[in-house]
Design a protein around this ligand. Structure first.
Ligand code: F6P
Length: 347
């Protein structure tokens, strides 16, 4: 997110447009908690990004802070936020975040006509109408590195590991990491399997993979957080099922480790390009839209970046719901591809 903040500050400064950062998201907008992201270094000097903002572009998290804002969930809170927007004569709001952020922005537009442009950011990759969101690539790089490290122990000791990664409602991280780490299996919420079915699937993979003829040194199973059985319980139940079989199995939950860290090259690139498109969108008068990466749907508004289109936020919200309830063609395609390689993963 810092890379996107930096890009917005740089592009806007180049367009001679001052930018204020809002501390703690919508909550800070209610209270008028701002900090400058651009400045004029001297009288008559051109606008430039604040030095700390330029530096922060390569850091994880967000220098502006973020917060879940119960006040903003209310009409009253949103009226206060819109009043601040008017009071400071702001000309547009660039929001960076996930589905909740887009919904909040859409309400501000609907109820108060605030000009809003969204940049998708969520490691879960569960935002509609963008193939990729800011944070996904960095998270995947962290997961791959962690799995490589875990594989060192696994292969040395001939062990099986179940590695849980974030993804409360979406198995994207587990899915993509499974391919990149040559895992032996992947467990996703989208597969809709109950605990018994999952235990059986894992036991089958272990038997098959550790069959003596295979001479396999390690088994790695990627599990998304949203899968219907906690990792510890899964490991215990698999151990019980395996009984006297001499297969050692361990569970590791990567948790919030996956969410921090300096952004990867790809995340910085995507964030930079989103930032440029978002500033242009505000200056061109667009509103209630989100920038989407590499989406072919025709209803998007083209931008100067051939990889990015602007999509109406209501369409983004509807597609996000479809992604999560499994009815989106994107989810159906992801699960289909996973089923297709099911037999390949365990080879
Ligand atoms: O960013 C989304 C997400 O990473 C989910 O996958 C995860 O369940 C959640 O955030 C964790 O959020 P919190 O930091 O509030 O526990």
């Amino acid at each position: 997110m810092n890379a996107a903040i930096r890009a917005v500050a740089k592009v806007a400064a180049a367009r001679d447009t001052p930018v204020w950062g809002i501390i703690n998201g919508f909550d800070g907008l209610i209270d008028g908690r701002f900090r400058p992201l651009t400045r004029r270094a001297g009288k008559g000097a051109a606008l430039s990004p604040m030095p700390d903002v330029e530096y922060a572009g390569g850091l994880g998290g967000t220098v502006l802070g973020t917060a879940r804002s119960p006040r903003f969930m209310t009409r009253e809170g949103r009226s206060q936020a819109a009043a601040t927007y008017e009071e400071y004569s702001l000309e547009g709001l660039i929001v960076i975040g996930g589905n909740g952020t887009m919904e909040g922005a859409h309400h501000l537009y609907l109820e108060h006509g605030v000009r809003v442009v969204g940049i998708p950011a969520s490691i879960d990759n569960d935002i509609g109408l963008t193939r990729e969101s800011i944070g996904v690539d960095t998270a995947l790089n962290t997961i791959v590195e962690a799995c490589d490290r875990i594989s060192d122990t696994a292969a040395s000791h001939h062990r099986a590991f179940i590695v849980e990664v974030m993804g409360r409602n979406s198995g994207y991280l587990a899915m993509a990491a499974a391919v990149a780490t040559a895992a032996d299996a992947v467990l996703l919420p989208e597969q809709g399997r109950g605990p018994d079915e999952i235990v059986k699937a894992v036991v089958d993979v272990l038997h098959q993979s550790f069959d003596a003829s295979r001479e396999k040194r390690r088994v790695l199973i990627l599990k998304a957080e949203g899968v219907q059985i906690p990792t510890e319980e899964l490991v215990d139940r698999v151990r019980q099922e395996m009984g006297s079989d001499e297969i050692e199995i361990r569970g590791t939950i990567l948790g919030h480790i996956v969410r921090g860290g300096n952004p990867s090259f790809r995340d910085r690139l995507i964030a930079g390009r989103f930032g440029l498109v978002a500033v242009n969108a505000v200056l061109d008068g667009h509103t209630d839209v989100m920038a989407g990466w590499n989406i072919e749907e025709q209803n998007g508004i083209p931008t100067s970046d051939t990889w990015i289109k602007l999509f109406p936020i209501p369409d983004v919200i509807a597609e996000t719901e479809a992604l999560l309830d499994g009815s989106s063609h994107v989810t159906i395609d992801r699960v289909r591809r996973m089923e297709e390689i099911h037999g390949v993963l365990s080879i």
